[in-house]
Ligand binder design. Structure first.
Ligand code: PRP
Ligand code: URA
Length: 209
């Protein structure tokens, strides 16, 4: 069964509070999202398998640990997921990046696919899907389905703010996918926006509203 990890380190809570504030502009919003993504990325990669290697320090030979051959792909859901990529790349600079384009239809709130470009060997990689907002869960669930259709079987979902409804949707659709969030907020409003939330993440990142 999919596990929910709420990563509520004080630094993350502090930065998230500033992201939520209505007066925070795109420059600071982007910077804070990037910083939180690095901090969350540390937890999402906590259990990566390690191999032993023989090395030599200036003092003597030793057996030391390196991350085993497991390769990582980061897959942002466009647009807002883009704001989380660089923060994780700080930790795993050799990760490949795929892109999945989905937007929510304003009437139905259902996700509509418009783009998908993934690394050719994505099915052999640990895939970290990133999107700041997990609202109805439709976008994340569809993105994960798209990845599974292309052979991925080792997927994690990393979001900033979620609501119980979105978490339930992903867990029911994809019980094999662990979910990492910084906050579980209260509920959705009539337009399927998260309350208290932080508004429209894509617009706040890119200054489009
Ligand atoms: C937002 C957000 C998620 C989606 C979450 O994207 O970034 O992708 O909504 O909602 P859901 O859980 O109900 O599917 P949006 O469709 O606004 O596109 P954008 O990132 O391009 O602004
Ligand atoms: N997408 C957003 O950007 N914000 C929400 O609150 C819900 C969906």
């Amino acid at each position: 069964m999919s596990q929910l990890h709420v990563i509520n380190h004080p630094l993350i809570q502090h930065k998230l509070t500033h992201m939520r504030m209505i007066g925070t502009g795109p420059k600071d919003f982007r910077q804070l999202l990037r910083e939180i993504s690095t901090l969350m990325g540390y937890e999402v990669t906590r259990d990566l398998p390690l191999d032993d290697v023989e090395i030599e320090t200036p003092m003597q030979k030793m057996t030391a640990k390196v991350i085993s051959g497991k390769k990582i792909a980061i897959v942002p859901i466009l647009r807002a997921g883009l704001g989380m990529v660089d923060g994780i790349m700080e930790l795993v600079p050799v990760a490949k990046v795929g892109h999945i384009g989905l937007y929510r239809d304003p009437e139905t709130h259902l996700p509509v696919e418009y783009y998908c470009k993934l690394p050719p060997d994505v099915s052999e990689r640990l895939v970290i899907v990133v999107d700041p907002m997990l609202a109805t869960g439709g976008s994340a669930a569809d993105a994960i389905t798209m990845l599974k259709k292309r052979g991925c079987n080792n997927i994690r979902l990393m979001c900033l703010v979620a609501v119980p409804e979105g978490i339930k949707k992903v867990q029911e659709t994809h019980p094999d996918v662990d979910i990492y969030v910084a906050s579980v907020d209260d509920r959705l409003n009539e337009n399927a926006y998260i309350l208290p939330g932080l508004g429209d993440a894509g617009d706040r990142l890119f200054g489009t509203k």
